[in-house]
Design a protein around this ligand. Sequence first.
Ligand code: WT7
Length: 661
Amino acid sequence: MSEQTLENLLKEDRTFPPPPEFAAHANGTAELYAQADADFEGCWAEQARTYVTWSKDFTQVLDWNPPFATWFADGELNACWNALDKHVEAGNGDRVAIHFIGEPEGDTKDYTYSELHDQVQRAANALSALGVGTGDTVAIYLPMIPEAVIAMLACARLGAPHSVVFGGFSSEALRTRIDDASAKVVITADGGYRRGKPSSLKPAVDAALVHGDDVTSVTNVLVVRRTGQDTAWTDGRDLWWHEALAAAEPTHEAVPVGAEHPLFILYTSGTTGKPKGILHTTGGFLTQCAYTSSVVHDVHPESDVYWCTADIGWVTGHSYIVYGPMTLGATQVIYEGTPDTPHQGRFWEIVQDYGVTILYTAPTAIRTFMKWGEEIPAKFDMSSLRLLGSVGEPINPEAWMWYRRVIGGDRCPVVDTWWQTETGAIMISPLPGVSAAVPGSAMRAIPGIVADVLDEAGDPVPDGGGGYLVITKPWPAMLRTVYGDDQRYKDTYWGRYDGVYFAGDGAKKDVDGDIWVLGRVDDVMNISGHRLSTTEIESALVSHPKVAEAAVVGAADVTTGQAVCAFVILRSEAVEEADDVGEGAELVQELRTHVAREIGPIAKPRQIMIVEELPKTRSGKIMRRLLRDVAENREVGDVTTLADSSVMDLIKAGLGGTGSS
Ligand code: WT7
């Protein structure tokens, strides 16, 4: 973000206080801030008992040995019981838990809490028949269908940590994640519907499991039949989900686990090539998810229809489709497909048809809708909406205003919620019934969270200053470690400042002390709200036989926030060949496809520029800042620390409008 934009941000003087009728019924109140300030642990203990039911109450709240924390450690509970049985036992079994909307028109199905409860019990028994016990890891690789929720909850019911792998990831990525967590079973589907046609998933699982001579930890694959596509079958290993559930016992007693029992692992990109397995445990995670679903999303389970548009493969799907809203007993929409299938008004049609009251989506989606034009949402009745949320990346004030005006009819509060895979749940956000929101600002830490912006030396910056966004006290939903790598956990998150969590983001405090998150300050990119590491994509490029060296940067993109731009040095044989065939356009295509195959389509570079040199410091570090200048068509900045200052001229001259796609 340029200094110019920053200046503009800091002059933002529009504020939107909550409408009085919204404030009158809001779950999150101003007193909460005072209560949390006065008694940090007491406040969290109260949330834990308000929102979560414990089979054994806890006596201790927080044990903090930086950087390792335990929360509610001697308490026992089951996350699945809290998401299902609790509501059935309370007499709410007939409430719709999920309005499922498949991408093909007319493909819809509602699931009540009782129906989900039935399915999950059978799924838990089916998994247990395959030898999955408490502590065993299960990989889930599914489209956005109810079975994804059922599978996750069945694992939680057994105390078997799930590792959900986004369906858009490649078989390579799936394999790495299966191996790292030694998953015993994979739950997948023949395919799902995407952009109007069936798209297969099972072949990627087959490819992941047959990997040279490597032995896999996976003994069985459960396959949901979604599209009816032809599917290769490995007898003895593969089982149909519907057959396994039909054969399973109908009832299953949820297994109580300790509060610190692992609930799931979710992999996310870091600054190195190897993704990190973020480990979340049960009691604290569930507490903060349910608490924030209540005070930030203001879910009133008896009357709201909630819709979070995230995929289950990302943390937002874990926290704000499964564990938060379901612990509260909410009714929600799950939509399988893309927003433009079969038409660009699909989202708004869903809002209208289902009377959606709370919508939680990402800035990338909002900017896409802006591009499509406001006449599209205008065709639908969206008067049911009463709260809008945003997550995943900084939302620019224009997009925020558009969201509020066009989607929210100028009456719905907008909450810009900042958090991460690592934080597990929302950390910085307005409370919709309390805060006077400022377009583009995530405002302040929610009650119970203590955040700050520090300078290089570790001192808080004054209002109006910028620096590193940190969390200065432990919080219940915090990651407990990087799976299998405590050292990486310490180094990555707690290495910059002693006893303080550094999130990887830069931020500014405005003159009122409100926080503006500016984005990553490390080599992590944010493409459409999805986290990707520059190093991971560089490794993928270099694994191609024609590539000698690669540098990747995230360049500003009006729709996706950032876009992947790669600078590639070819091996000499490849250079000659490219000269023979012309400008190397085919090679660029080949490299883009290669990255998609290695990591997944989301990682495909928007642009690949073939260059002869890369800008490096004397110590050999690539100066991505300069490459970003090129990728964003800017005047190249200070080059004095380059080992060879003529490199940038060479790159610019060499590009001359060719070699990119
Ligand atoms: C990174 C975390 C949080 C769930 C989805 C992404 C960026 C997230 C915001 C926001 C500005 C945001 C940050 C963060 N981010 N929300 N409201 N404003 N930036 O989870 O993949 O773990 O990515 O997303 O850069 O560090 P994730």
